[in-house]
Design a protein around this ligand. Structure first.
Ligand SMILES: Nc1ncnc2c1ncn2[C@@H]1O[C@H](COP(=O)(O)OP(=O)(O)O)[C@@H](O)[C@H]1O
Ligand SMILES: [Mg+2]
Length: 367
């Protein structure tokens, strides 16, 4: 154990199978003046993982080539088992490319074993610990933001439904009643007023129709009354009327247990994807397929249009204020699902949205 006056004791786990390399690291660690540490060693990945499982390790110095695991896989396994522990990867001679790759895959830093000395290690350890803390804060913030966005989307959908119901029940029904009453007047109006009466009836009919389509626009009742598949049929017709885009719908006929909030989310996602086809793809038609695959529900929206550089668009969606696909991605992730897009210029676009049924069931119980 080495301890200085100022710092907190850092518990370091060295996972290294080569005794000579392990000695180099030990000597370098012993030279460190700025970091107080306690060192433990493991010669294999499984030994390392079982020590990590006991808890209390603040940082791992990780050799990637071990008897029971090799390369980036070693790093991935440590990260998966212990996502909160910072990792400094030990690379061999002139292996900066390997080190950079390790950082891309989630290591906080790398040091070259043959160059290692107390100063280099102390700096790397301090940076790695601080970097990891900052990353964890960012991840926690991202998770909260994602869940806030999702809550907002659900709240918005519920509010739309509430307004749609009010519109239908209060205004729509009252107008229908007013039209009936007006009809009763027909027998007793003075001669010559028939045109005025039928003009008013026409106006009322128009208003009843407007209220009805506004209600559907806000929140299609079919989604709640008959389910997602029926709502998608309605949507397909609507998109064809609005944009002239022909939409073919395929359903595997399997039961798709979905909570009403999740159903609304999927409906809005397909709507966004179809509007994208209509607005951006210049496609003749689109195909929507919905099917159940063990514990997942998948919805595919495909077009034969001009395609786009989907990776580029998605990776900088926030910067360019493009929120359509980004928001589907985020909301799917919040439900434990994902949105995958395959597209390239001239090749058309295929978007597949996957939502796990199990999580959806849980969501359903909450709803
Ligand atoms: N089906 C598609 N075909 C061609 N381009 C598409 C398609 N879907 C999306 N895009 C491209 O991806 C971009 C991002 O889409 P989106 O996030 O929905 O934002 P918005 O529709 O507001 O532009 C679009 O601006 C368009 O360039
Ligand atoms: Mg869009």
């Amino acid at each position: 154990m080495s301890k200085n006056a100022s710092g907190k004791l850092v518990e370091i786990l060295l996972v290294e199978d080569n005794p000579a390399d392990a000695r180099l690291i030990r000597e370098a660690l012993a030279e460190m003046a700025e970091v107080s540490f306690n060192l433990e060693c493991a010669g294999t990945l499984s030994e390392g993982l079982s020590r990590l499982g006991e808890g209390g390790v603040d940082l791992v110095l990780l050799d990637l080539g071990l008897p029971d695991s090799d390369g980036i896989e070693t790093l991935t396994r440590v990260r998966t088992e212990m996502p909160a522990v910072p990792i400094v990867v030990l690379t061999g001679l002139q292996n900066d490319a390997g080190g950079v790759e390790a950082i891309r895959q989630g290591a906080q830093d790398y040091v070259r074993k043959e160059r290692v000395d107390g100063r280099v290690l102390a700096r790397s350890i301090r940076y790695a610990v601080e970097r990891k803390k900052a990353q964890r804060r960012l991840e926690a913030y991202q998770t909260r933001l994602r869940s806030l966005a999702s809550e907002l989307a659900v709240a918005q959908e519920r509010e739309r439904r509430r307004i749609a119901i009010e519109l239908h029940d209060r205004i729509g029904q009252t107008l229908v009643f007013a039209k009936m009453k007006l009809g009763e007047l027909q027998a007793c109006i003075p001669a010559g007023a028939e045109d005025k009466l039928s003009g008013m009836q026409g106006l009322l009919d128009g208003m009843i129709g407007e209220i009805r389509s506004l209600t559907f626009e806000l929140s299609p009742p079919v989604l709640y009354e008959l389910g997602l598949e029926a709502a998608l049929e309605w949507l397909a017709e609507r998109i064809e009327q609005q944009y002239g885009l022909k939409v073919e719908l395929h359903d595997d006929g399997q039961p798709k247990p979905l909570g009403k909030d999740t159903r609304a989310l999927l409906f809005r996602a397909v709507q966004e994807l179809l509007v994208n086809v209509a607005r951006h793809a210049h496609a003749g038609e689109a195909r929507v397929s919905i099917w159940r695959e063990s514990d997942f529900i998948r919805i595919e929206v495909q077009d034969n249009g001009k395609g786009f550089l989907s990776d580029e668009v998605l990776s900088c969606a926030g910067e360019r204020d493009l929120f359509g696909l980004f928001s589907i991605q985020e909301r799917a992730a919040e439900l434990g699902g994902e949105l995958k897009i395959k597209s390239s210029p001239g090749e058309g676009t295929q978007a597949v949205l996957t939502i796990p049924v199990t999580r959806t069931w849980r969501a359903k119980r909450r709803e």
